[in-house]
Design a binder for this molecule. Structure first.
Ligand code: ZN
Length: 433
């Protein structure tokens, strides 16, 4: 089922569209793996000790792994780590706001979105609702909302520098409150509850985000670019998912391949489903206990393990080239980035760079380096967090984007195929480092 670059990008578009929230991303990943024979586990039950393929979801995070027939107490892991969340907006309590005849959705900013990129787009609501009976419902609407920009006639200075107040200027409109009946129809919670097939009055709690509704699309003189929301970081989740499916199909031995996609990276990862939380550590504890590992054997296994922390990075922006390092200038379609930072905002070190070089040679793909301009410190990833928690050797990589944290980011079509090939090679290659 090896997909061509064209098929992959189309499928990534589907994956992103089906994953408007982190909860959807985790669930869609688990469903695709279940369809390929992975067994869905619950954290509240015993986990089987025998070899097999397993997947477990915790809120907006998902772990999936293959326990090969030759797995033993000291068998190391190869973990591809990523995150399921993206910056944007989340519904506040009392989410229906009536203002000057309009119905608006009360929202809170989630993470660090490029606020201006969210203007004048038709937006969806998506997330999870918990009803009175305790059941969780994933739900997503079609286009129902928009954050309209002020007309230039009412703000003649706007092109001198747009200033958006996070509270005052980013509240989406969703309907008209002309009559009380119309207001009731446009009740924000009722809109998402209807998409879930439940009554709003039944909803006891919700985690609902706002997502762009525009279909992902290829563009460029040679159709070499891809525009979509949430490429940071569903591009990595998708590549890891495809790599794990390849490993399941082709067999694996001598290590435990694992996909670990966490929530809340955009907030710093500190949550029970974030990379700073215990999800991965607890799962590894259960896996190695099932293999009969002593604490020393488990430490031995982790010492021989690798974590490929994959998160989108930056291509050089031709209009702002002075913001980038003068020597390292990554471009789309020239391979994934190996992300390097002297201050450990990325984990990559010499052995890690060598491991990545071996993976890229095995995959037959190019790679390029990313490092920041000294005057503009870079962001960080889950890499330093998990390596600090678990001590597993970690390398930071990811595909280059422009417009990171925009409602609609862009990447190179070939880079998605490159990263998927790298993930497959990471899960199968003999490494000598
Ligand atoms: Zn990211």
């Amino acid at each position: 089922m090896s997909l061509s670059a064209d098929e992959l990008i189309e499928d990534l578009g589907r994956f992103v569209t089906e994953s408007p929230s982190s909860y959807h991303a985790a669930e869609v990943t688990a469903q695709r793996l279940s369809a390929a024979g992975f067994t869905r586990l619950s954290e509240q039950q015993d986990w089987p000790a025998q070899p097999g393929r397993y997947v477990v979801v915790r809120d907006g995070a998902v772990l999936a792994w293959i326990l090969p027939d030759d797995a033993a107490a000291t068998t190391p892991l190869r973990i591809l780590g990523a995150h399921t969340d993206s910056p944007g907006f989340k519904l506040k309590p009392k989410s229906t706001v009536i203002s000057h005849g309009w119905v608006q959705a009360g929202t809170e900013v989630y993470g660090g979105p490029l606020l201006n990129s969210w203007l004048d787009r038709e937006l969806r609501l998506a997330g999870r609702l918990v009803t009175r009976d305790g059941a969780t419902h994933l739900a997503a609407t079609g286009p129902v909302a928009r954050i309209p920009q002020l007309a230039i006639h009412l703000d003649r200075q706007v092109n001198e520098g747009l200033k958006l107040g996070k509270q005052q200027h980013t509240t989406p409109v969703l309907g008209l409150a002309g009559s009380s009946e119309a207001a009731a129809e446009a009740d924000v919670l009722a809109v998402i509850a209807a998409a879930a097939g439940v009554e709003a009055s039944e909803v006891d709690g919700y985690d609902v985000v706002v997502a762009d509704s525009q279909t992902p699309a290829r563009f460029g003189a040679q159709h070499e670019f891809f525009a979509s929301g949430r490429l940071d970081n569903l591009s990595s989740v998708y590549a890891g998912l495809q790599g794990l499916l390849d490993a399941a199909e082709n067999g694996t031995g001598g290590m435990i391949p694992m996909l670990a996609a966490f929530d809340h990276e955009e907030l710093g990862s500190a949550s029970r489903s974030g990379a700073a939380g215990p999800f991965l550590e607890e799962a590894l504890g259960r896996i190695y206990e099932a293999l009969g590992a002593t604490a020393a054997q488990r430490a031995q296994a982790l010492a021989g393990s690798w974590h490929l922390s994959s998160d989108a990075g930056h291509a050089v922006h031709p209009n702002y080239s002075e913001r980038h390092d003068p020597a390292n200038r990554p471009l789309p379609n020239a391979g994934p980035l190996l992300k390097i930072n002297a201050n450990q905002r990325y984990t990559t070190d010499a052995p890690g760079a060598a491991m990545w070089a071996q993976v890229c040679r095995a995959a037959g793909i190019p790679s390029q380096e990313f490092v920041s301009n000294n005057d503009i410190p870079c962001g960080s990833t889950i890499g330093p967090i998990t390596s600090t928690r678990l001590g597993i050797r970690t390398v930071d990589v990811g595909i280059p984007l422009l417009s990171m944290h925009s409602a609609r980011e862009m990447c190179g079509v070939d880079d998605v195929a490159h990263l998927r090939s790298a993930a497959a090679a990471f899960f199968s290659a003999e490494l000598t480092v």
